[in-house]
Write a protein that binds this ligand. Structure first.
Ligand code: IPE
Ligand code: IPE
Ligand code: MG
Length: 254
């Protein structure tokens, strides 16, 4: 299958332009609340407002894809009441925000293993995706019960179910259509708020050549201005994808 999307090994995106795809680990909600002597869940609630602001800012700036990590496959290990609060918040957010997203021409997608979510949440996810499927201003992808390893394993399993003959011979190009983000270019910029400098099992495959940006700012305090700072940092990078700096400048076109 021909891959029409820029791959991490082919086209070098123009660094002067806004990143086409930004991936975000929205971290630090609990600490934000704790600093204010509030329960952790108040930080999650406030985090939804940051997401709203960042979505609008991305659309205004001309970002085509925004992918955010809302709940990892490891987050089930948290106390039951926090997990249950997050599920309710997710459901309410979908119900409340989807018409606004639709009016703003934003397409909503959800990636991750949905089998652990209840029927109502699964149905609401599907309805939201269907309603916004034809929108074109920005694709907002929410990763929920998502893990990078799950993504790769799931893709391999699905591919082999459909094409058992490929077991010995499959290539990256064969696998590509089965990965969660197969219809998007790979992220240009990865942002993690909250001070931790790790990937925490987010988009392991797709982040292969993404520019990484870490900030101590906690997610509920992150907004348009902070996003613009991150993009400013991105624009100063030199993306080489294995080549030399001289090659990129056309000094040595070997
Ligand atoms: C990120 O904030 C949100 C989720 C993981 C759901 P945290 O809840 O991890 O906040 P900290 O890292 O404990 O501050
Ligand atoms: C990563 O944050 C997942 C999300 C933001 C949804 P965590 O706070 O769960 O990550 P770790 O466990 O500290 O690495
Ligand atoms: Mg955290």
């Amino acid at each position: 299958m021909a891959n029409l999307l820029p791959s991490s090994t082919c086209t070098i995106p123009d660094i002067a332009s806004v990143p086409r795809h930004i991936a975000v680990i929205m971290d630090g909600n609990g600490r934000w609340a704790k600093q204010r002597f509030m329960p952790r869940v108040a930080g999650h609630q406030r985090g939804v407002e940051s997401l709203r602001e960042v979505v609008v800012a991305c659309r205004d700036l001309g970002v085509e894809y925004l992918t955010v990590f809302a709940f990892s496959s490891e987050n089930w290990r948290r106390p039951a009441d926090e997990v249950s609060f997050l599920m309710t918040l997710f459901l309410k957010m979908l119900e409340r925000e989807v018409t606004k997203l639709h009016k703003n021409n934003i397409r909503l997608k959800i990636i991750g293993d949905r089998s652990r979510f209840d029927d109502k949440l699964r149905q609401t996810m599907q309805d939201a995706e269907q309603l916004t499927a034809a929108n074109t201003a920005l694709t907002l992808t929410i990763a929920a019960n998502y893990g990078g390893r799950w993504d790769v394993m799931h893709a391999v399993q699905t591919m082999l179910k459909e094409h058992p003959d490929l077991a010995q011979t499959f290539t990256e190009t064969d696998l590509q259509p089965y990965l969660s983000m197969s219809d998007a270019p790979e992220p240009d910029l990865f942002i993690r708020t909250g001070g931790e400098q790790r990937i925490s099992n987010f988009m392991l495959w797709q982040l292969a050549y993404t520019e990484l940006y870490f900030t101590d700012i906690l997610w509920p305090a992150f907004g348009r201005k902070e996003l613009e700072t991150a993009i400013g940092s991105y624009k100063k990078r030199e993306r080489r994808f294995g080549r030399t700096s001289e090659q990129l400048k056309g000094e040595n076109s070997a």
